[in-house]
Ligand binder design. Sequence first.
Ligand SMILES: Nc1ncnc2c1ncn2[C@@H]1O[C@H](COP(=O)(O)OP(=O)(O)OP(=O)(O)O)[C@@H](O)[C@H]1O
Ligand SMILES: [Mg+2]
Length: 232
Amino acid sequence: MPAKLIIVTNQKGGAGKTTAAVHLAGTAVRRGFKTLLIDADKQGTATKWVAQAEEGQAHKIRVMGLAMAEAKIAQEVKQYVDDYDLIFVDCPPSVDSPIPQVMLMIADLAIVPIVPKPGDLWASTDLLELAERAAAVNPELQIRLLGSNVIANLAMSRHSLTSMATMRESAPLFKTRLHQRTAFVEAMLTGDSVHYFGSSAKTAILEIENLFDEIVATLKLQVPKIKTKGRK
Ligand SMILES: Nc1ncnc2c1ncn2[C@@H]1O[C@H](COP(=O)(O)OP(=O)(O)OP(=O)(O)O)[C@@H](O)[C@H]1O
Ligand SMILES: [Mg+2]
């Protein structure tokens, strides 16, 4: 079976795309999926993040920088679909770049992280319209919103998440939210996801695991038969 292609995209800068993409890749590796993370952003944050891992570190994420491929990125990605189970693509913060435009045409799932603040919601409209148009021609494409960098117990966050839940019929909101937690920031220096920290980051780990479970259900993924006990 060719790899399922999951893109993380939003025109809004700082929405949490790279944080979500690296963490989902780190979770997929631990679940036993053959996983590739594609860094499609010239900023190269995902590449630099993964490069922080030490020699021989466990659960290493394989990352490939393809931002320079621009409109040819689909051809590049297609070369890898038979070698992996899951390919995650961290997209640049743009709706005009050919990268999200092209990737939406071949993706199985587009995750759109949004920080639940009114301005961030408004700034995501063009991308959601682009995704909706892509879904009209790419029958595989599912679109999901993700509450990202959510500040708990903030009325504005709650109101914005309520708006996100009904924002677009074509783009349901994942039940799981990634709350604002230092572990998600500090993970960047480990080359890994928050799993690296073990029990000291257990709430953050639970959030990313729950999000991954929602993706498994959305894409009806066959979970590889490995001992999932003691996932770290
Ligand atoms: N759940 C979270 N908790 C705490 N900090 C977070 C969380 N998610 C993201 N951040 C922080 O917010 C900033 C932006 O996140 P990130 O780089 O993932 O966004 P991005 O959408 O990829 O940005 P860009 O558009 O520049 O590519 C980073 O400093 C990151 O550490
Ligand atoms: Mg980024």
